[in-house]
Design a protein around this ligand. Structure first.
Ligand code: ADP
Ligand code: MG
Length: 290
């Protein structure tokens, strides 16, 4: 049977919209020395929007947006939704073929031509040179934007810069974890330039960037191998293995069902600060018991 204090602790959590699924998670949460946050949708709002469109020489803004949005019609990625929103008044073409490249982007065939859309790694793997737009891409990433590259055949046709604002409480969450002696890491499939900028803004200690979906759990394991007790906070399908691997997995309630099933704790209000609250409740619970 659950000790009385544990029932009180889980009940207190529930009243704050913090669903602690098992008693061992409550105890493990007292010992965490590092908490890893997924970037997109966890530390950020997960509501990306297009903030700059940079066509290559000889390409118009509308041409670039039409091509990008046509390709992204078959994608469910949040970045695809932002591009479609920006192109909503343009006539789109249905892609004849579409294939996701996990953690990098997608390839589509449009009007008989091969279109690539995604990050720099995707362009490199398909031998598309970035050329003179490279400086602009780095500048946008340095400002915390995610840069989507668009190529037709082997030629880059332009860049689309996307911003996703941090959640209002993200910065305070990190400060309060520091006050409690907990280190904070950020895990993302996004590129290092963008990730470093967002991390600096929020006060993150460890930046794990350019991580493919299949490698997220490995990153948790690596920190555990250094003797750390690791909490992981995420929202997406590809966060699920990392949430399971962590000593305590926290799912953002507004995220996917898969993430919620894999987590030990569900944050119903989707507020990162509730990670701090959960740790406080767990510490208070076990102080009473010992
Ligand atoms: P996250 O950690 O934010 O969930 P993902 O693993 O989904 O990241 O994607 C990693 C990177 O791959 C994105 O930052 C983006 O640059 C690129 N990418 C993935 N899917 C797409 C897409 N459909 N369109 C454009 N870019 C994409
Ligand atoms: Mg995410």
């Amino acid at each position: 049977a659950m000790p009385m204090a544990v029932m009180v602790g889980t009940g207190l959590g529930a009243r704050h919209g913090i669903l602690i699924k098992n008693a061992s998670a409550l105890e493990e949460a007292t010992k965490l020395n590092v908490v890893i946050f997924d970037k997109t949708g966890t530390l950020t709002m997960g509501e990306p929007r297009v903030v700059a469109v940079v066509p290559a020489d000889g390409v118009t803004t509308d041409e670039l947006l039409t091509l990008a949005a046509s390709a992204e019609q078959s994608s469910e990625h949040p970045l695809a939704r932002a591009i479609l929103e920006r192109a909503k008044n343009l006539p789109l073409t249905r892609p004849e073929g579409f294939r996701n490249h996990d953690g990098m982007g997608a390839v589509a065939t449009i009007g008989g031509q091969r279109v690539l859309i995604g990050n720099r790694k995707l362009m490199e793997s398909e031998n598309v040179g970035i050329g003179e737009l490279g400086d602009r891409a780095r500048e946008l990433q340095g400002a915390g934007r995610t840069v989507v590259h668009v190529a037709r055949g082997n030629a880059l046709v332009g860049l689309i810069a996307i911003a996703d604002a941090p959640r209002p409480t993200s910065k305070a969450t990190i400060a309060r974890l520091h006050e409690r002696g907990v280190q904070v890491a950020m895990l993302t499939g996004d590129n290092r330039g963008t990730a470093e900028r967002v991390a600096a803004e929020l006060g993150i200690d460890i930046v794990l960037a350019d991580v493919l979906p299949g490698q997220k759990a490995d990153k948790v394991r690596e920190l555990q191998a250094q003797g750390k007790k690791v909490g992981m906070v995420g929202d997406g399908v590809n966060d699920a293995p990392a949430l399971t691997q962590a000593d305590v997995g926290f799912a953002i309630g507004a995220g996917t069902d898969v993430a919620m099933e894999s987590a030990d704790v569900v944050l119903m209000k989707s507020d990162p600060l509730d990670v701090v609250k959960a740790i406080e409740i767990s510490r208070a619970t076990y102080r009473k018991m010992h």
